[in-house]
Design a protein around this ligand. Structure first.
Ligand code: AMP
Length: 676
C-alpha cells in the first residue's frame, strides 16, 4: 500500500457497506483475525508489505505482519509532512519552569536557545510548540547524533529523562535508526537504573542535568553516574541534555547534546529511516513482577504501530488534527503509547506536561485544556483524587468543552472520584483497563461506536482482538456471570502486545502462560463479568501492588530492606489508601529484637529502612509504615503468609490460620502495629 492509502481510515465493512457496529468489529477480530488485522495494517505505511499476517505456529510466541518492513518514526513524522507540516506535533508545557525557577537558574533560557526555539515564557509556566516539520528536523538531528556516537540498528539505548521534548526526540530517533530504547521512569533510583542497564546491555544512556518536581531539583546526572558505577555492563557514552539547571561538568563518557546537535544542524543532517522487519523489537519497558528482578517487556515494531493506530480510532475516537493529552510520564506504558507514538501515528497533536496537577494552582490542567483545545484526556485516578482535596471552584473556571472524552486507567476508578469528576467537568468519564504488557486497552468503552453505556465500576468490555474471559483459577473452566475468577486472554494476543520478555523466553512463559494448556495469557488480575457483559476488576492475584497507578513488586522492596545489616527477614504488603490506591508497608524481623526496645531506636531504624528503600528504588516505593514484629506468620513449608499480614494491616479477618506453622506470629504482628 502506498502513502495515500496509508493515511486513510481503514474499517471493517459490512456487506451493505454500513459502518460496522462494535459487535461486528469484535466478532470479526476473533473469528477472522487475519482478515481483520490485514485491514487495520492499511493504517500505516509499509516499505515492504507483510508476507503473512499472523504466524501462530509457535504459540504463545505470535508473530504479526511477518516479512513486512516499516519504521515507527517514519510513520509518526515523515508521513505527515505533506499534509501537516505546520500543525503542532507536540505542545510542551512546564509549570516547573516558571519565572521563579528562571530567576534562580538564568542559564535555563540560554539552554532553550541552544536546544531550539519556539519557547514562550509565562509567569507560571513555559510553553514550547513543535510542528511536524520542526519535529522532523529535530528527530533527524538526534538520529544523526546517535549514529555519530556509534549507535546502530539493534543497539539498546537507556533513556532516563524527565518530561521534556528531547525525551520524545530520543525515542523517535532510536526508532528511526532501529535502535531499541528502554525508557526508565525518572522517579526510579540508581539501583533500578543499573539493573535495567545490565539486563539490556545498554550501549548509551541519554539523560539530563536535572529534573524538577514541585520546585525541587532532582540531580539526574548524579543518579546516572551512580547507576553506571553499580552496573556491570558500562555504556560507551552518556548523552546529556543540559537544561541549564545544575552545573554540567562533562566526565569521560559524557557527550553534550547541544554541541552535538549544532553539528548536525549545521550539516542539515537527514538520516534515512532504517526499514525494520515487523517483529523486530522497537523498545523494552521494564515492569515489576513477582520476583525482585523486573521483566523487560519487549514490544515489536509493525504490530505495535498497527495496534496503536487502530486503538486511536476505534477506542479513543481520536482523529488527525485533534489534540490528545495523556497526563502521564514517558517512563510508563501510557507515556510510550499515548503521549508519543499513537497521537503521532494518527496525525494528532500531543500535549506533554512537566508538572504536578495542583501547581501553580489546582486549575492548571483545565487551563491547559482550554488554551490548547484538548479533545481527549487520559490519566490515572490518583491525579484526580489529588485535585479532589483542593478548592472545588478551580474545576469550573476554565472552558473544557473541547473535551470529547476523559479516559482513566492504571488502577481502579472509585465511584466517588468518577462522579465528582463528571459532575464538575461535565464531560464523559470513561474507565478502561490495560497493562504495560498489552500496550493498549484490553477492556474499554468505545465512545465512537456508542456500543453500550458506560457502567460505573466497570472498565468496560473486551476490545477487538482480545479473546478475554474470566476463568476458574483451579479448573480453567469459564466462570458464570457474577462468579469471581482470573482474567485470562486466549493466545495469540493481538498485535502490539508484548512478544516476549527480553532475552528470557522462559520467563515469558512462566510469568504469563503457565496456566492449563499454556495458551491462556494470565493478566494476574481477578475479575468478574456481570449479567450485562461488563467486566469488573477485583485486584491482583500476585504480590504486585499499585501505588498511584504505578506497579511495584513487593519483593523488590523487600530486597531493598534486606540490605539493612540488622534485618533477619521482612514482608512488604500493600494496604488500601484513599489517595494513592495502595501504599507499601513493611514488617521487619530484626536479628536482635532488643534493637527496637526504645521508641527512639525504633524511629532511627525505621528511618534507615525507609532510606534504604528510597535509595534503591526511589521515593515512589517509600513504605508508609515500618513495623517490627518478632516473627512473621508462615506456612509449614516456610512461606510467609502475606495475605494474612495484609488482612491484619487492614483490620480484616485473616481467615483460617489452622495450617500456620507459628500461630503466635499473628498476635505478634498485631502487637507490633499497636506499638507503632
Ligand atoms: P501497569 O502495567 O503498571 O499499567 O499496571 C497494570 C495493572 O494495573 C493491571 O494489571 C491492574 O491490576 C491495574 N489496572 C489497570 N487499569 C485498571 C483499571 N481500569 N481498573 C482496575 N485496575 C486497573
Amino acid at each position: 500500500m502506498n502513502e495515500q492509502t496509508a493515511n486513510q481510515t481503514s474499517q471493517v465493512t459490512t456487506p451493505t457497506q454500513q459502518p460496522p457496529t462494535f459487535s461486528e468489529i469484535y466478532q470479526s477480530s476473533i473469528t477472522q483475525p487475519q482478515e481483520f488485522w490485514a485491514q487495520q495494517a492499511k493504517r500505516i505505511y509499509w516499505h515492504k508489505e507483510p508476507e503473512q499476517i499472523l504466524d501462530d505456529s509457535n504459540l504463545p510466541f505470535a508473530k504479526w505482519f511477518v516479512g513486512g518492513e516499516t519504521n515507527l518514526c517514519y510513520n509518526c513524522v515523515d508521513r505527515y509532512l505533506p499534509e501537516r507540516a505546520e500543525q503542532d506535533a507536540f505542545i510542551w508545557l512546564s509549570s516547573e519552569v516558571n519565572q521563579e525557577l528562571i530567576a534562580t537558574f538564568p542559564a535555563v533560557v540560554d539552554a532553550f536557545n541552544d536546544l531550539g526555539n519556539n519557547v514562550e515564557f509565562y509567569t507560571d509556566y513555559t510553553k514550547r510548540r513543535l510542528t511536524y516539520n520542526d519535529l522532523y528536523k529535530e528527530v533527524n538531528y538526534f538520529a544523526d547524533v546517535l549514529q555519530r556516537n556509534g549507535i546502530r540498528h539493534g543497539d539498546r539505548v537507556v533513556i532516563y529523562m524527565p518530561m521534556i521534548l528531547e525525551a520524545t526526540y530520543a525515542m523517535l530517533a532510536c526508532a528511526r535508526i532501529g535502535a531499541i530504547h528502554s525508557v526508565v521512569f525518572g522517579g526510579f533510583a540508581a539501583h533500578n537504573l543499573a539493573i535495567r542497564m545490565d539486563d539490556a546491555e545498554a550501549k548509551m544512556i541519554i539523560t539530563v542535568d536535572a529534573g524538577l518536581r514541585g520546585g525541587k531539583v532532582i540531580n539526574y546526572k548524579s543518579l546516572v553516574n551512580q547507576g553506571i558505577e553499580q552496573a556491570t555492563v558500562k555504556p560507551e557514552h552518556v548523552l546529556v541534555v543540559d537544561r541549564g539547571i545544575l552545573p554540567f561538568k562533562p566526565q569521560p563518557l559524557d557527550v553534550d547534546y547541544a554541541t552535538e546537535r549544532s553539528i548536525s544542524r549545521n550539516a542539515n543532517a537527514i538520516v534515512e529511516p532504517v526499514w525494520i522487519e515487523s517483529n523486530e523489537p522497537s523498545y523494552l519497558l521494564y515492569t515489576s513482577g513477582t520476583t525482585g528482578t523486573p521483566k523487560g517487556v519487549q514490544r515489536d515494531t509493525g504490530g505495535h504501530a498497527v495496534a496503536l493506530a487502530t486503538s486511536m480510532d476505534y477506542i479513543y475516537d481520536g482523529q488527525a488534527g485533534e489534540t490528545f493529552w495523556a497526563i502521564s510520564d514517558i517512563g510508563w506504558a501510557v507515556g510510550h503509547s499515548y503521549m508519543v507514538y499513537a497521537p503521532l501515528l494518527a496525525g494528532m497533536t500531543s500535549v506533554v506536561y512537566e508538572g504536578l496537577p495542583h501547581r501553580p494552582n489546582p486549575g492548571i490542567w483545565w487551563r491547559i485544556v482550554e488554551a490548547n483545545k484538548v479533545n481527549i484526556l487520559f490519566t490515572a485516578p490518583t491525579g484526580v483524587r489529588m485535585l479532589k482535596k483542593q478548592d472545588e471552584t478551580w474545576m469550573t473556571r476554565y472552558d473544557v468543552s473541547s473535551v470529547k472524552s476523559f479516559f482513566l486507567a492504571g488502577e481502579p476508578l472509585d465511584e466517588s472520584t468518577a462522579q465528582w469528576l463528571k459532575q464538575h467537568l461535565g464531560v464523559p468519564i470513561l474507565d478502561h483497563y490495560w497493562q504495560t504488557e498489552s500496550g493498549w486497552p484490553i477492556l474499554s468503552n468505545t465512545p465512537k461506536f456508542n456500543h453500550k453505556p458506560h457502567k460505573q465500576g466497570s472498565p468496560g468490555y473486551p476490545m477487538y482482538g482480545y479473546d478475554a474471559h474470566v476463568i476458574n483459577e483451579e479448573t480453567g473452566e469459564p466462570c458464570a456471570a457474577g462468579e469471581k475468577g482470573l482474567l485470562a486472554i486466549r493466545a495469540p494476543l493481538p498485535p502490539g502486545c508484548l512478544t516476549t520478555v527480553w532475552r528470557n523466553d522462559e520467563r515469558f512463559i512462566s510469568s504469563y502462560y503457565s496456566l492449563f494448556d499454556g495458551k491462556q495469557y494470565s493478566t494476574s488480575d481477578y475479575a468478574v463479568v456481570d449479567e450485562d457483559g461488563y467486566f469488573h476488576i477485583l485486584g491482583r492475584t500476585d504480590d504486585v501492588i499499585n501505588v498511584a497507578g504505578h506497579r511495584l513488586g513487593t519483593q523488590e522492596i523487600e530486597e531493598a530492606i534486606s540490605t539493612h545489616p540488622e534485618m533477619a527477614e521482612c514482608a512488604v504488603v500493600g494496604i488500601h489508601d484513599e489517595l494513592k490506591g495502595e501504599l507499601p508497608i513493611a514488617f521487619c524481623v530484626l536479628r536482635d529484637q532488643a534493637l527496637v526496645a526504645t521508641t527512639e531506636n525504633r524511629f532511627r531504624l525505621e528511618q534507615q529502612i525507609i532510606g534504604a528503600v528510597v535509595k534503591s528504588l526511589g521515593g515512589i516505593a517509600r513504605p508508609a509504615a515500618v513495623y517490627f514484629p518478632p516473627a512473621l506468620p508462615k506456612t509449614r513449608s516456610g512461606k510467609i503468609l502475606r495475605r494474612a499480614i495484609r488482612a491484619l494491616a487492614e483490620g480484616r479477618p485473616t481467615g483460617d490460620m489452622s495450617t500456620l506453622d507459628n500461630p503466635a506470629a499473628i498476635d505478634a504482628v498485631k502487637q507490633a502495629m499497636k506499638d507503632y
